[in-house]
Structures are given as structure tokens and as C-alpha cells.
Ligand binder design. Sequence first.
Ligand SMILES: *Cc1c(COP(=O)(O)O)cnc(C)c1O
Length: 374
Amino acid sequence: MVDTQTQYRKIKTEVDQAVIGVLESSAFINGKPVHSFAANLSAYLGVKHTIPCANGTDALQIAMMALGFQPGDEIITPSFTYIATTEVIALLRLTPVFVEVDPKTFCIDPLALEQAITPRTKAIVPVHLYGQAAPMEEIMAIAAKHNLYVIEDNAQALGADYTFSDGTKKKTGSIGHIGCTSFYPSKNLGAFGDGGAIFTNDDALADQLKMIANHGQSRRYYHDVVGCNSRLDTIQAAILDIKLTHLDEYVAARRTAADFYDQAFSGNKKIIVPYRASWSHHVFHQYTLVLEGADRDALSQYLAEKQIPSMIYYPVPGHKQKMFEQFGTASQMMPVTDWLTSRVISLPIHTEMDQEQLDYITKHILEFVNHQPQ
Ligand SMILES: *Cc1c(COP(=O)(O)O)cnc(C)c1O
């Protein structure tokens, strides 16, 4: 699905030097590259504060801890997302409220979102799924009207632009009260291990986030609130600082591959290619098809036989996960989410795809789809 090896080889000299630099400094925790990377990422995103942490799941958890939610408070989130988004809600004894996504964008449906608001609702967690920005302008307006916080799950869309109706642009992750991301190796900005970060423009909130990520202390050994221990280590920060300078190239390479796929599948009635929302500069963390009238699981198996990887993100939606049994959400009506769950398939997409690979993949997909009886 990804080719991090070829990507590494292209920047090997720089990366190796940076890693050796950290080894020689022995500042494995909180070394200079951690601060340099945080500052550079803030500048890239146009956000005031970047708080690095251990992974994207921690970023979401720390964000929710910092906003002072109380047990039983409701957090609205799409059901059609990676489990990390919703798991941390339940972990903190908050109540996940699952809502539908838009069948075209795969992101939270603003109408469904507004209908799900109750007096106990405290926050909305939109997910920029597969690299497409959720409709943030509408979401922020709904949040302002109902006095709710917005925590963006930007784990899949680092580098994406959101265009507001007046033409101004902002990077995803910098629009809500807090933004969260992941540097898991296969993410658009991937470390050589785990990593994550939290973003905010609010100074007081930034202090709170930093304190919580660091055992609830603002001064060493004086612990004001219950926190956790979540750090981005210096080696990962040094690598990420180099890779950040290539992020726009990486995004462009993903988009080129997506353009090729789009063209190859255009006009095929059984394949719905990813929709590109007018407000979103899609960064294609995933290239995900929806199959109509072709057997998704049979295609996945067929591709595996041809040595073509594919993935189902995600085979079980949040509201049906056993983990959330206590919330009784499994019986919730989610026609769009259920429709997507049984029909989506994600194809290999990364920064190193060549024409030969794209030709081979698209040829076999079309062969399968065109030869399968209705
Ligand atoms: C990857 C991911 C996360 C979690 O990131 P980790 O670094 O793996 O903890 C959260 N949300 C979404 C949507 C993701 O894709």
C-alpha cells in the first residue's frame, strides 16, 4: 500500500546525518530537533502552537483531557472513521455520539451532526478522512451556534488546504479549537516509528495541552492536573523535520497517482472514484473506490492473487464495534455508513508510484469489474 523504503532512499543522506546527530548529542528526549520541528510545522500550518506527542491517538486523548469534559458529556463524531477517533472518547468516560457521513466526501454530514446535538453535547470531532477536508466552515458555524468545541482529527490529511466561501485558505488542523495529527509511518508525513502532534491558536489551551502531555506539570515535580506521558522522541523529530520540507512534493506525487486512477476508471459505471469537494485540496492519504454492482470482497481477493495490495478502511463502523456495546449504538440506523462499509476498497497510493505499477493495478481492476456478471 505504501513504499516507505524508496522514499527513504531518496533522502537517506540527510536523514542518516540527522539521526547520527541525535545519537552524538545523546539528547534523546526533548532535544533541539523536537523544538525545531514543532516551530517549522507551526509555520507550515499557519498555527500558533504545535505540541508534539507520542502518537495520534494520544493527541486526541490529550485534546479531550484539556477541554475539561465531564463523564457523560457527549462528543459527536462520524461512525465511519478509524477506531482511534472514537476510542479515546470512551476511554475518558465520555459518550461517543455517532453520526452519518456524506456519501460523496466520506466526511461528517453537517445535517446529521446538527440533529445529534443535545444539551449534553460538548464537542464535535470531524475527521478529514482519506485526506479530504471535512466541511469545516459549516461545522465551525454549527459549533459557534451551539457553543461547542471542535477537535479536528487531521491524522489523514496533513498538508490539505481548506478553502472558505470568501476564498481564504487554511490548512486542515488549524481551523478547529484543537487539531490532532499522527506521524505513523504510512501517514502523509510519516516518522520512522510512532509520533503525533496537537495544534491550537489559543495560548491558554496550548499551556494546558503541554502540561497534560507532561504529567500535568508546568514546573518540574509540581503536578497541577492529572496528565499523561506523551512525547515525540528526538530521533523521530529530526527525521520529521527533514521530511516536512518534502511534504508538498509528497502531496503532489499522491495527487498525480490519484489523477491517473481517476482517468483510468472514468466512465466505468461500477466504479465510483473519490469525490473532490470544492472546498478541499485532497491530499489522498488513501485512494478509495466505492463499487456499485461489483463484488468488493471478490475484487480484493482477485487483486491479492495478482500481488496487488488493497485494504478495506473500515470493515466495521464505530457504532457497531463491540467496544461500544454499553452505548447501545449497534441498532442505530446508519444507511450511508453501512453502504460504504460494504463497498469501499482502498488501492495502493504513495509518493513513489510509477507508471508501470499504476497500469498494472488499473488494468486488473478493470478486467475484474468488466468481466464480473451483474
Ligand atoms: C492513524 C489515525 C489515528 C491515530 O494515529 P496513531 O498515531 O496511530 O495513534 C487517528 N485517527 C485517524 C483518522 C487515523 O487515521
